[in-house]
Design a protein around this ligand. Sequence first.
Ligand code: CUA
Length: 151
Amino acid sequence: KYEKIWLAFGIGCLFVFLTVIGVSAFAEGNQPPSCLTTIDPEKVDQTPPFDKPGLVKTGNNEYQLNIVVSAFAFTPNQIEIPKGAKVTINVTSKDVIHGFEVAGTNVNMMVEPGYINTLTKTFDKTGEYTILCNEYCGAGHHVMTGRIKVV
Ligand code: CUA
């Protein structure tokens, strides 16, 4: 008898958790970064889209932002984004694991050599945002910064 109650309680809890995850994923745009594809870290500079890193317009108010990360820099590291732009950010590393965090937003990815990590973010507030490497990557880790200006 009691088992049934506990079972129902357990299933109820599971349902609540799934709902919470679902709502946060879809309503708040809190998606985890997904791994799109692999890339040869030695040939990043010759592999599109990273042969021409930077912001590319892909549609009406839609952009792609391709960033090459290496010890100890983001390329490019000064980016201007129009307000309201929906930006798909692609990052990859030429050497070791780095981080790509846009301070004050939910943009936070690992940057791994051999992989392209990607996420989409709509920048609907003007302002300046600092890009940080949040994964210890060596002697120059603390100087790895960049800036996104939403105008
Ligand atoms: Cu790159 Cu820390």
